[in-house]
Every structure is written in C-alpha cells, then in structure tokens.
Design a binder for this molecule. Structure first.
Ligand SMILES: [Zn+2]
Length: 381
C-alpha cells in the first residue's frame, strides 16, 4: 500500500503568490503539492511550505480562491483558482489538514446546493405560474359575483351602443326572434345569466355575446342564414362562450397571475382597474382553439336540451366557407364571424362526428318562423 504522505500528484496547479519582496507584492506561477509540502515557482524565486502546519483556506468572492499559508512565512500566501487542489491526496489524507479541507468541501457543496435550490425554485415557480394560469383564470372567473359580471357586460354593451351598434327596436321583430331564442334559453336553464338579444343593422355576417348575457346579432347573419336552426346553432355557440366565461377568463389571463390570485383571495381592486379598459379588450374577441371547441361542445348540448336540430352551426359555417372559398377577401369579411371562427376541416369534422354518434336524429322541435318571409318582411332593414 503506498504511503499517502509521500504519494506524488502528477498535476501542477496554476496560481500565484503574495510576497512583500515581489514587484507590486505578487507574482503568478505554478506550484506542486507533495507529501512533504508545497513548492511554488515563479520567475523571481521558489517558495517552499512544509506540509506540517500548512494552512488551507478559501476566500474571495463566493469563496472562489484557495489560499495556502504557513506560520514559517507569515507575510506570504500562495493562491489558486483550481479547486481540484482540495482533492489532492496529500492534503485530504493529512490528519490535521484533511479535516479542514473536508469542511471546506462540505461548505462548497452546501453553497452550490443552496444556489441550485434557489434557481430550481425560481424556474419551478415561473413554470407553475405559466401552467396554472388558465386553470387559475377559470377559478378567478367563477369567483366573480354574478352582479359584477352583469355590470361588466352592461358597461361594455353601453359603450358599443354609443359607438358602433345601430339597434333595431321593432317589438314585432323581437317577437319573431323569441320563437327561436325562447326554447334555446329554456334549454340552457342558467341560474346565473339572463340573456338579452339585440339585433343591429350591419351587413357583416356576425353575432357575439358579452359577459353577463347580452347577445348581439347582425342583420347580415340573419339574412345569410337559410333556416332558424342555423341561427340557433350560432347563438347556442355564442351563449356557451358566456356560460363558460370565456371573455372573463381571457381577461384574467391577459391581466396576469397577480390579479388572478388577488381576485381569488377576494380583492377586486386589480380586476376593476383592468375592467376600465374592457371596451378595447372586447374589440379583440378572438378566442383560443380550446375555448372554441368548448363552445362548440357546450352549444351542441344546449341545442340537444332544447330539442333543436344541432346541425345548424356546422351547416352555417360550411356554407359560408364554400361561398367564400375559405378565404377572407374583403374588409367586411375580415370583421365577420369567419375571422373569429376559422372553419377548418377539423372543426367541421368534429361536429359531423358528434352528429354521427348522436342518439337523436329526428323528432326535433319545429321552430315556427317562416324564415323566407321573415327575411323578406323588411323588418331587417
Ligand atoms: Zn366562438
């Protein structure tokens, strides 16, 4: 068995030494560690520290420098940035120095462990906040009292009414529309929302709903539809955006995690400051693919509960798509329902699949609106 005190370490260590006789007090050089001691060499001279009573310590920023000192040369110290010196068998195996070197290594390990822990924790928190944003936004939206949500919708609706909407007030028109919307709303049986339908003079084929239950239908959409079932399909989808709180959830997601958590904890001040900006937010009402899927599924369920033929939505979109060749060509179309609801093959396919799997294929309620007469009555002008 080799004697650890005489075992030679092959490597030399790059470093330096502080010495009052060196020019500027220090010099760089190399040193060797052996069982008998440390030998430092530079252009000025050679220094030797015996192993007995050798002192090893770390210092500098974040303990990056290893210092070697010896009581025989009180004003001299050798240093290196090469921490592998702490693994040198001559140091590790020395009964006095070994313990000290081990404690330095332990301290180093703990220091790196703490640093790694802090970094992991920070990264973990960011990832978690990002992952949890959507679910938390959902929780926050569900925590908003119904009265607030209604107020939010009313405010947004009043803003639009004052700026862009050209509402038709004819009671006879709404009496006709009610033949379609009454069974739909009855089927939804929402405790939280009262739906209010509005028809606005606008050639763009569009309809949209606001938090709280205002549903705005463009005359362009009614004129483009070939049956009340197509309109019912679009409205069921829009209503599902309301009941699933998609606007509100989107509002929370863009407001950020702080306001979400604040609202969940019952403090509404952050939300209120965001709501002040709500009009602008509403203008950008394109939802994520997930929300559109959710609204398709939920709307489908509403139509089934109302015993209305649920194929209307898919038929309406398919028809629009074919008519436009799938491409939005004019500025008018760019703000139409097609711009916010891209009717890709996957979506149409999913709705077709739902129909295929549906238990009920006939026996649907007959919506008693003479659609052709309704469109030609002049009420939509
Ligand atoms: Zn939608």
């Amino acid at each position: 068995m080799p004697n650890p005190f005489t075992q030679e370490h092959a490597g030399e260590y790059e470093g330096g030494a502080f010495h009052p006789e060196f020019p500027k007090g220090k010099a760089s050089g190399t040193f060797k560690v052996s069982g008998t001691g440390v030998t430092f060499e530079c252009e000025h001279r050679t220094l030797q520290f015996p192993m007995i009573d050798l002192q090893v310590s770390v210092g500098g920023a974040a303990d990056t420098i290893v210092f070697l000192k010896h009581p025989n040369h009180r004003d001299v110290s050798i240093y290196t940035l090469d921490h592998s010196i702490l693994d040198h068998p001559a140091l590790v195996n020395d009964p006095h120095i070994g313990e000290h070197v081990k404690s330095i290594r332990r301290k180093k390990t703990i220091w790196w462990g703490v640093l790694a822990g802090i970094i992991l924790l920070a990264v973990g928190f960011i990832v978690l906040a990002w992952l949890a944003k959507s679910p938390l936004a959902k929780v926050a939206a569900a925590n908003v009292p119904p009265a607030w949500e209604e107020k939010l919708g009313d405010t947004a609706f009043e803003q639009l009414k004052a700026t862009t909407l050209d509402l038709i007030e004819d009671p006879a028109l709404y009496a006709e529309l009610a033949k379609l919307t009454d069974p739909l709303v009855k089927g939804i049986a929402s405790q939280r929302y009262t739906f209010k339908f509005h028809i606005t003079r606008n050639k763009q084929i569009n309809a949209f709903a606001m938090p709280g239950g205002h549903v705005v239908i463009h005359t362009g959409l009614l004129l483009a539809a070939d049956s009340p079932e197509e309109v019912a399909g679009v409205l069921a989808h829009e209503i599902a955006h309301v009941t699933r709180q998609h606007s509100l959830r989107k509002l929370f997601e863009s407001a950020g995690i702080y306001i979400i958590v604040q609202t969940i904890l019952g403090d509404a001040s952050g939300l209120i400051s965001v709501i002040a900006d709500y009009g602008t937010f509403l203008a950008n009402r394109k939802f994520s693919r997930d929300f559109e899927h959710e609204a398709d599924n939920e709307g489908w369920a509403y139509l089934q509960r109302a015993n209305i033929d649920p194929r209307g939505l898919a038929e309406f979109f398919k028809k629009l798509q074919q008519k436009k060749g799938g491409v939005i060509q004019t500025a008018e179309e760019a703000t139409s329902i097609l711009s916010t609801h891209p009717t890709d093959a996957e979506r149409i396919g999913r709705l077709a699949e739902k129909w295929k799997k549906s238990d009920q294929k006939d026996g649907f309620v007959e919506i008693k609106i003479d659609w052709k007469a309704f469109k030609e009555s002049g009420m939509l002008e």
